[in-house]
Design a binder for this molecule. Sequence first.
Ligand SMILES: Nc1ncnc2c1ncn2[C@@H]1O[C@H](COP(=O)(O)OP(=O)(O)OP(=O)(O)O)[C@@H](O)[C@H]1O
Ligand SMILES: [Mg+2]
Length: 250
Amino acid sequence: MITSASTLPDPTTPAVSLRGVVKAFGTGDARTVALKGADFTAAQGELHLLVGPSGCGKTTLLSVAAGTLDWDSGTVDVFGTRLNGLPKSKVTAFRRQHVGFIFQQFNLIPTLDLTENVSVPLLLNGVRRHEAEERSAALLQRLGLGGKERKRPTQLSGGQQQRVAIARALVHEPRLLIADEPTSALDRETGHQIMEILSTAARSPGRSVIIVTHDPRTYGYADRLTEMEDGGIAGVHHGQALRDFISIHH
Ligand SMILES: Nc1ncnc2c1ncn2[C@@H]1O[C@H](COP(=O)(O)OP(=O)(O)OP(=O)(O)O)[C@@H](O)[C@H]1O
Ligand SMILES: [Mg+2]
């Protein structure tokens, strides 16, 4: 059974655990096996980076972990809840309450202004509009977008849109925050500010942040780093091995 918002899972329970996960897209000649029996673990209280060449399966793995994409075989556990066989409605309810996403394409809603975009996860969780918009505006301010609350996403630069997407993913303080290239469109200073915010979120009890990145500037914020290759896990680094990895790839 999914635990309620008030009860934190045992701190030793992984935030995300994938075992032998296989995921193929398409059929016949068009068939691509994106995950070939991937084993992946992200602990609570950690900022976890996922790296690897384009097409190796990073976005697919994140989507499976987030419960937005079905997989073919293997097991998926999120904060101790096995997603295999869980009714769709339960997966959706869990995701709405406990998961935040920052998509590779920002997926902002063009007809809503910034405050309204950021408010969406709060409204879905039953927060009243006035309070939702107040919290959203405060977070936008923290992310350097004060004064732009009533603008539409298309009136912003790529880096500004990325920050709105980040605000929307953080606003309901999800247990699991999943981010696909959150710093790609950001200048150095803003990129570091965002990584500070994400690492603070990761290191709270019962929370976890997993980030796909090609950006070596983010490596120093990692507690653990998983390398993917061709649909599988090629290596997991932490401690001294992580520092060695960073010194080679920086
Ligand atoms: N919806 C889809 N339909 C068909 N094939 C897909 C689909 N999504 C992903 N793939 C294929 O699965 C493989 C893994 O894709 P994925 O998007 O997970 O890679 P990635 O590591 O995130 O790459 P990038 O760094 O370019 O974002 C690729 O070969 C891709 O073409
Ligand atoms: Mg991707």
